[in-house]
Design a protein around this ligand. Sequence first.
Ligand code: HEC
Ligand SMILES: [Cu+2]
Length: 419
Amino acid sequence: MRLFHTFTPLSQITRCAAVLAAVLPLSGCFWFDGPQSTFDPNGPVARHQMDVFYVTCWVALFIFVVVGSVLAYAMVKFRARGEGDLHAEPPEQGHGNPVVEMSLIGASVLALVVIAVPTLREIWYTYEVPVEEKANAYEVTATGYQWWFKFDYPAETAQTLDATAKAVGAPFSTANELVIPAGRPVHINLRTVDVIHSFWIPKLAGKVDMMPNRGNHLWVQADKPGYFWGQCAEFCGESHAVMRFRVIALGPREFNDWVNAQMAPAHRVAAAAAGAGAPKAQFAAYRTFSRNEAGFTEKFDRSPLDSWRAQQLPGKDEDPALIARGRELFSSKTCASCHTIRGDGYIGVVGPELTHVGARSTIAAGLLENNRDELHRWIHAPNEVKPGNTMWVKGYLANNIKLTLEDEDALVNYLESLK
Ligand code: HEC
Ligand SMILES: [Cu+2]
């Protein structure tokens, strides 16, 4: 029996065709409208960046076709036609023709100029909000941490400094969800507290590094309200690949409502109703998770933006007693040493602010959907979701945090109530 069939050129061609047939449709799905596709720009910065890409792409393709055709012509014209040709003298060799050499140099320079002019123009354009738009620009600050992003809203600081705001510790910050006004340029200051990260929102703009001891920035603008994926694009340690975030662009009124909601202190569930609401199912019914099981699917049954909006609404059937227990555990289990919850008196700054964590669509830097199952999974064993993360190493390990099933249940109910 023959184990290997002969390697004919035909079988190679069939293989190539098979690979292409398999890859092309996939590329259609993933490259052109995937959540991190740069071929689907949703704002002027990303659009300009794509235009530069296409200029380079067309110039390169043109050169490829010209060189390829000349090569193909030479191969066909000068090929050995029979036995006799195999030992024939090579054709007359020529080199040093000044006209040919000068025109080749000229063509290369021309190709580089054709690429350089739009590239330089776009470098300037994407560097800073255009002058005439500057007055209208909104400012935020993004800070990279291993392995999550913090977003501050310095524009809101001045307005928040009234007595109540001070009492609850405003201004606010968010983690891993950057909410911006749609249709307005947004100037983003880029900072890092540890290593180099790179800030990238494929459909809006990218990428600019977050450098230690150095202020970088970029600007973005979303054409209309939408929900976009972002990603750290510079290797920054063990869990770099799951250092993601989301950008939510909202119309002016909705954005304003959101800012007001964020400034408010943590939501309190009315204690009077204690025992009245049907308590939620306990963890007995919970799934067990294996290490690094693909967690986050984002299988929205509606548009991602509408799902995000639904997440802003207050919860139903909340159990005030259980939530109060969760609030207590949050300090007794030392969670409060790393997390801020304004209004409940917790002011830790090592981890993300959680004042309104219940209103986010994802947790753990865009990795897990924000629901009871995944919240439980996260606080149960953060290291299994995200190896080496600070909450595990400097919290659970260093403080020897042990949670019973009841503790976890109370904490999840508390966190969920923080809309
Ligand atoms: C040593 C500091 C520290 C302690 C203690 C700590 N955390 Fe965290 N927490 C973090 C950090 C850092 C992150 C971000 C991790 C990441 O995404 O890489 C985080 C993330 C979270 C998140 C997800 C937030 C989001 O929007 O992504 C929740 C929820 C949370 N912690 C709850 C808790 C609870 C509950 C406790 C106590 C049992 C606790 N944390 C203790 C540092 C800490
Ligand atoms: Cu990073």
